[in-house]
Design a protein around this ligand. Structure first.
Ligand SMILES: Cc1ncc(C[n+]2csc(CCOP(=O)(O)OP(=O)(O)O)c2C)c(N)n1
Ligand SMILES: [Mg+2]
Length: 1005
């Protein structure tokens, strides 16, 4: 590369910087970040190459560069022009008569300074590969790369080259004492602007290759990069004051001694001890402390089993007595199944002495299914932010703790983290902490993931990762502080990978030597982290032996005191472990009263008229198809009739009027998968402009948070369940695109929705809508799999409730684990939705919703069915001709859902309306025994069947069969499709054949 050409490029670079500066001033953008991205080594090369092309043939590159390069062809360049921030200080301006030898020397020095620049950048980008983050010293990220190349990590040179190609190639021993000016992109110099190469490497290794491995150059935002760089590289960044060091020591003492105490008192009891990772307490405490300084008022936490008891005690400040009491068998005070001690949640308002501030810290209850709690806790956090009016995440923040194997293995981790930047789901940054003990039960990382780090999912969500050696307590505290500062400044996710080890087996009864003999031989030789840190502080003269012994004794005394107190606890109270209390709600409600669900004529008019009125055409251009839909709606309104969408709008509109916040999400819910809902219109002439119909219904209405979600069931449903826990004054709805796809969120149903109340006494009023129907759409667009939800109902089919009890229906609901419905009228949908809020408690509803029925004339209700005095019908008895002469009825069909349309159409067509009676069971669970029995008794001469469109081994049949037979005391038959492995056929011919056969069975008298 000739000097003149290079100079031109440099000059071009500098000019462009000026242009960029001018541009950024104009556009109020951040200049520093733009300049940095431009001035990378590769850009310089690129510019030079481009300049050569341009010089050779004009027009060979984009003409927009012409002016720019033209402007460079001015007077001959002075040597000063090539001096920039990277030039070695040894470069001195020379006269024009420089010899070619001089030029060569200068070129060589430029080459060196570029190499130094690259070296610095390489350490920033790849230094973590050599970081000594493993306390056992057994693994190094670099070895992962070496192994994949079939090479060994033998020489120091080779090691370094993993980080930087310059070492040993361009830069070698002879350059080590040469002094280089430091580029802007590093802070290792502090106040110094130049350092020797030896010192540069030394400082870079200290920052990037010791106890902390920092991954951050993948971040999109240069400001984020600069922030981390400054916090990590500035000399003395890791230094702690004497006070801080002593605090860390005390925290370590507590963490270590608590585990020891558990182990002594209950050696065989499962608790998934934190031994080997105790500095996690230091990490969490630092985050909590610093967060209060930064304005955080509430931290919503979730974590897996490992070290949970220690976190509860030392971070959440759960009373030790409560924890110790959990170790003995005790009768519970409340009904329900309860849960094991390392699943329970809690909350507390903590006073932080370091900042003189209060903070609410809550730990969410969670199931054994690893990571299922992650989306739940994020949803909870968002809800708490909503209730606090914390639109920026300044006051409420989530911390989620993970195990290394689970974090890299469970897909729901991504399903949670990818929500981070979605406007309707963001919580403005969560802190993720991985308790990376380098093992998952008995499985080594090398068989558990395909990347060097367990945290690599963070890279696809633009989160920095700090890997830290858990045995370096100060490094742990440092990254914790950087992480919380980063989160609070940028409102983005950040990951802390606490690399530790598991001192004992997976649980207290496991023998790790069976499977990890080598690792555990090493572990046996390891000192506990309090000892390591204690020795360090003693050597520094910061603590004395007496200090340490004093703290140990003080904590042991506390432990012993609470141990004695725990002996006096005789009853277990699950209520003591609630993580989100609904203060005052239950006390304020009459437990025997369900509020009115009907609404006044005025409300019906206001909402229905609004719902069919388009915005003014001069202000907002809606799609013609929407106008047609609105015209149809208006026609129905004029006739006093509601379809499904109108029933829904009436329910939502009236709740919003009553100040009930509604959150409704799912894939494509704004329009509705079947284009029936249309709650959001899109301006046909202005990109991105929308009109949200129900947002502007009443001037002082509650917030309607209707949002299309990402294509995730597991993550979103979990999130919404978390949201629903936040308050009883809230209606949370999640709608699957088709009911079939809800099975990808199965763990959320199985571990939260169906038994959350039983395990953790926490209620949720979430409504899960599952559009479905066997319409010939194939095996995966047909079934809501109602049988699965029915099978999970906590009901005894042999236990028929007291049918004379007027409160039977409410008592049934109160004791149910959830409600399963398949409603067939818009009015019933309306009442069911409103009943969610009218009940004096909250229950999840699994609601099978229609596809065909959304627009079918059978699914219509008169406005009179929405008025005060009307209510949800658990079953809809026959009301047609058959009901007038029950003695003539030959067939009584109990059914549920859309098959009612088929039955009704058929009997009309075959003139059998007076011979076939139909009773629609709208609430399958709790089962409406009373109404069903009345219908059974009414049609004495009729043969009784249960009819469903699903295959015989699926649908509600088996659930209904036992209950009907127990109630009637006789066998009943099923009319359905034959048994099948798939939930529907994909072959049109087969579908038609099945339907024909089903119909024949229905009308056969
Ligand atoms: C979804 C799920 N699959 C499997 C298990 C069984 N299991 C419990 S702990 C564990 C290992 C977890 O390893 P890691 O995430 O590294 O946490 P650690 O126990 O090492 O702290 C496994 C497989 C589970 N609880 N949940
Ligand atoms: Mg692990």
């Amino acid at each position: 590369m000739s000097l003149t050409r290079f100079s031109c490029v440099i000059r071009a670079t500098q000019k462009l910087q000026v242009y960029q500066w001018a541009w950024s001033c104009k556009h109020k953008a951040d200049y520093s970040s733009r300049a940095e991205s431009f001035l990378t080594g590769s850009n310089v090369n690129y510019l030079e190459a481009q300049y050569l092309d341009w010089a050779k043939t004009k027009g060979s590159i984009d003409s927009s560069w012409d002016n720019f390069y033209d402007s460079l062809s001015g007077p001959a360049l002075q040597i000063e022009d090539i001096q920039d921030e990277f030039s070695p200080t040894t470069v001195k301006p020379k006269s024009k008569q420089d010899t070619s030898k001089d030029k060569e020397a200068i070129t060589e020095k430029i080459k060196l300074h570029l190499a130094v620049q690259n070296l610095i950048r390489s350490y920033q980008a790849r230094g973590h590969l050599l970081a000594k983050t493993d306390p056992l010293g057994l693994s190094l990220a670099a070895s992962y790369i070496m192994k994949s190349k079939n090479a060994t990590l033998e020489t120091k040179g080779l090691e370094c080259r993993i980080v930087s190609r310059e070492i040993g190639r361009v830069l070698c021993e002879k350059h080590m004492d040469m002094v280089f000016k430091l580029p802007d992109r590093t802070c290792i110099g502090g106040t110094e602007t130049e350092l020797s190469l030896r010192e540069i490497i030394h400082r870079l290794e200290n920052v990037y290759c010791r106890s902390i491995g920092t991954e951050y150059l993948h971040l999109f935002d240069i400001d984020c990069i600069n922030f981390i760089r400054e916090r990590m590289e500035t000399p003395g960044a890791l230094d702690k004051s004497v006070e801080e060091k002593r605090l860390i020591m005390r925290r370590l003492t507590k963490a270590v001694f608590l585990e020891k105490y558990f182990a002594t008192k209950w050696p065989a009891e499962k608790r998934f001890g934190l031994e080997g990772g105790e500095s996690m307490v230091v990490m969490l405490e630092e985050i909590v402390d610093t967060s209060t300084k930064l304005g955080v008022e509430s931290i919503v936490m979730a974590m897996q089993h490992r070290g949970r008891l220690n976190m509860l005690v030392n971070v959440c400040r759960k009373q030790l007595t409560d924890i110790f009491a959990q170790f003995k068998p005790m009768e519970p005070k409340e009904a329900g199944s309860g849960d094991i001690k390392y699943h329970l949640g809690t909350y507390i308002h903590r006073f932080i002495r370091r900042t003189n501030k209060y903070i609410k810290v809550s730990m969410s209850a969670n199931p054994s299914h690893l990571e299922v709690v992650s989306p739940v806790v994020v949803g909870k956090t968002r809800a708490e932010q909503y209730w606090k009016g914390d639109n920026n995440g300044d006051k409420v923040m989530a911390i989620i703790m993970h195990g290394d194997a689970a974090f890299s293995g469970q897909g729901v981790v991504y399903e949670t983290m990818h929500l981070g930047n979605l406007p309707a789901f963001t919580t403005h940054g969560s802190i993720h902490i991985v308790c990376n003990n380098q093992i998952g039960y008995t499985t080594d990382p090398r068989f558990a993931r395909s990347s060097p780090y367990c945290s690599d999912v963070a890279k696809c969500v633009d989160a920095p990762v700090f890997h830290v050696n858990a045995d370096d307590a100060e490094a742990v505290a440092h990254v914790a502080r950087v992480a919380i500062e980063y989160r609070c400044k940028f409102k983005k996710d950040v990951v802390l990978d606490l690399v530790c080890y598991r001192r004992f087996g997976h649980s207290e009864e496991d023998e790790p030597m069976f499977t990890q003999p080598f690792m555990y031989k090493k572990i046996k030789s390891m000192q506990t982290v309090d000892k390591i840190y204690g020795e360090k502080l003693k050597a520094e003269g910061i603590v004395t032996d007496a200090d340490v012994k004093g703290w140990e004794k003080e904590y042991m005394d506390t432990l012993n005191r609470h141990f004695e107190l725990a002996k006096k606890v005789t009853k277990l109270s699950i209520m003591d472990w609630i993580d989100t209390p609904w203060t005052g709600f239950f006390e304020a409600r009459d437990p025997k009263k369900v509020e009115e669900t009907g609404i006044s004529e005025t409300s019906i008019n206001t909402i229905s008229r609004h719902f069919c009125k388009a915005p003014e055409p001069w202000a907002f251009e809606v799609h013609k198809g929407v106008n047609r839909i609105l015209a149809n709606r208006e026609k129905m309104v004029n006739e006093g009739v509601a379809d499904w969408a109108m029933g829904e709008a009436l329910a939502f509109g009236s709740l919003l009027r009553d100040k009930i916040h509604i959150r409704f999400t799912g894939e494509d819910v704004e329009r509705g998968t079947m284009a029936h809902r249309h709650h959001v219109y899109h301006h046909q002439g202005v990109d991105g402009a929308t009109y949200r119909v129900l947002d502007v219904l009443y001037p002082d209405q509650a917030n309607y948070a209707l949002h299309n979600s990402s294509l995730s069931e597991f993550g979103i449903l979990g999130y919404e369940v978390g949201y629903s826990y936040s308050s009883p004054q809230l209606l949370t709805i999640w709608e699957a695109q088709y009911g079939d796809f809800a099975d990808t969120a199965q763990p959320v149903f199985d571990t939260f929705i169906c038994n959350g109340e039983s395990k953790w006494v926490c209620q949720s009023g979430i409504v899960v809508q599952l559009p479905h129907g066997v319409d010939g759409a194939g095996p995966e667009h047909s079934s809501g799999r109602v049988e699965r939800y029915l099978q999970a109902c906590d009901d005894d089919e042999d236990n028929i409730p007291d049918l004379d009890d007027k409160e039977m229906a409410l008592k049934q609901l109160r004791s149910a684990n959830w409600i399963v419905c398949n409603v067939t009228t818009p009015a019933n949908y309306f009442h069911l939705i409103r009943r969610q809020i009218a009940l004096p408690f909250r229950k999840p509803v699994i609601l099978m919703t229609p596809k065909v029925g959304l627009k079918h004339p059978f699914y219509r209700s008169k406005f009179s069915e929405f008025l005060p005095g009307t209510c949800f019908q658990r079953a809809i008895p026959e009301a047609g001709p058959a009901s007038k002469k029950p003695e003539c009825v030959k067939k009584l069909l109990f059914c549920s859902g859309k098959v009612a349309i088929t039955i009704d159409e058929l009997r009309k067509e075959k003139k059998l309306e007076d011979q076939i009676a139909m009773c629609r069971i709208e609430q399958l669970f709790p089962f409406p025994y009373d109404i069903v029995l009345q219908e059974f008794c009414k049609y004495e001469c009729a043969k009784v069947y249960f009819c469903q469109e699903e295959h015989k081994n699926q649908g509600p049949w088996l659930f209904a069969k036992v209950r009907l037979e127990n109630l009637f005391g006789k066998k009943i038959e099923c009319i359905s499709r034959p048994p099948s492995a798939a939930s529907a056929t994909g072959i049109k011919w087969m579908h038609a054949k099945e339907l024909k056969e089903l119909k024949e069975k229905i009308i056969k008298i």
